[in-house]
Design a binder for this molecule. Structure first.
Ligand code: ADP
Ligand code: MG
Length: 355
């Protein structure tokens, strides 16, 4: 298995379209790294650069310390699983998995051993004689994974492999992938636009926007210490509440001021007096006990079984909050929320960096 490093990799397409800008990151040997960001942020471009299907405009890609820029894709020993994988409809599962090895001239015995092993790993042993048309979506996806596994690559690249599956299957395959990663003890670069998938699978998560890395961190750090407003809003569901305003000094203390809401802030924010900011509160961080008070008018109550969220407003500020089972908010009525001062996030209004 392998260690991957991208160093200042930039890809500019025709008409000056930036696919990826100045991308630097590392994947340690056996690490599960997730690239996450909205559609068009450069995820596929980065995978294609690693696979050698695109050449970087500038910068270098290294595997185990060796620069592989000039090595053609077939010699990189990297396997990519695409979002729109295509199985050969006229071949059965065994042949689909064996095909790539046959083309590369592996001996029959070796092919059989590898395919059987991969089928075992993926729970496909019973289906080896079936054609893709006789398989469920999840099983077909597993065959696509199998084709990559039999190659025993030093690096796996997954491009949104679960996005064509229905929600329930996606959750099931997600945990299967996590288990598979352990059993293969492989280095995996996994691309998704789904922040939940990123948070549950990634040991290291790289958040991208417009071809630029916003933050690299483990899931908990990303959630608790987002580098900027984009990361804060992208990670977590429902998303963080943002309120624009200004920090003013009142009695030697910093106060967040918005026409509908004033909140006393932690002393540590004193140095940002007169700064235009966006204040951020996670819906899950509201409580009803101690802290700063916010009165909201309830618009909608969303019961989810194990937890409940309410959506409402405070003046022109829209808010969402998680509430406890023993609380009984009513539509169009006021509801008192509290937030602990240390749970408040502040972002610079111009740069959107966290203060
Ligand atoms: N072959 C190409 N030619 C021109 N522009 C491209 C090409 N491939 C991707 N792009 C552009 O690069 C950006 C990143 O695309 P992509 O990597 O596919 O994003 P993602 O996979 O995150 O949705 C987009 O603006 C896209 O339109
Ligand atoms: Mg893509």
């Amino acid at each position: 298995m392998a260690k991957l490093r991208l160093e200042r990799v930039t890809k500019i397409f025709d008409r000056n379209i930036h696919g990826a800008k100045d991308i630097t990151f590392e994947a340690e040997d056996k690490e599960f790294v997730v690239l996450v960001g909205p559609s068009g942020c450069g995820k596929t471009t980065i995978l294609r650069l690693i696979a050698g299907l695109e050449q970087p405009t500038s910068g270098n890609v290294y595997i185990d310390g060796e620069c592989i820029n000039d090595i053609p894709p077939r010699d990189r020993n990297v396997a990519m699983v695409f979002q729109n994988y295509a199985l050969y409809p006229h071949m059965d599962v065994y042949e689909n998995m064996a095909f790539g090895l046959k083309v590369r001239g592996y001996p029959a015995g070796e092919i059989e051993a590898r395919v059987k092993n991969a089928a075992e790993l993926l729970g496909l042993s019973k289906y080896l004689k079936r054609k893709p048309g006789q398989l469920s979506g999840g099983q077909r996806q597993r065959v696509a994974l199998g084709r990559a596994i039999v190659r025993e690559p030093r690096l796996f690249l997954f491009d949104e492999p679960l996005s064509n599956l229905d929600a329930k299957l996606r959750v099931q395959m997600r945990s299967e992938l996590a288990r598979l990663h352990k059993r293969l003890s492989a280095t995996i670069i996994y691309v998704t636009h789904d922040q939940v998938e990123a948070m549950t699978l990634g040991q290291k998560i790289i958040v991208l926007k417009d071809g630029v890395i916003q933050q690299i961190a483990d899931p908990l750090t990303l959630y608790q210490s987002p580098a900027n407003k984009f990361v804060a809003g992208f990670i977590g569901s429902p998303p963080m509440n943002f309120i624009p305003g200004k920090i003013k000094e009142v009695d030697n203390l910093p106060v967040f001021v918005h026409p509908s809401l004033n909140l006393k802030l932690n002393r540590k924010f004193l140095r940002f007096i007169n700064r235009e900011v966006e204040l951020g509160i996670r819906p899950d961080d509201f409580s009803r006990n101690h802290g700063l008070e916010i009165q909201m008018i309830v618009d909608v109550v969303e019961p989810m079984g194990n937890e409940r969220y309410i959506y409402g407003h405070c003046g022109d500020i829209m808010l969402s909050a998680r509430i406890q089972q023993d609380e009984h908010p009513e539509s169009d009525k006021p509801f008192r929320l509290t937030i602990a001062p240390e749970k408040i996030y502040l972002f610079d209004a111009q740069t959107e960096k966290r203060l």
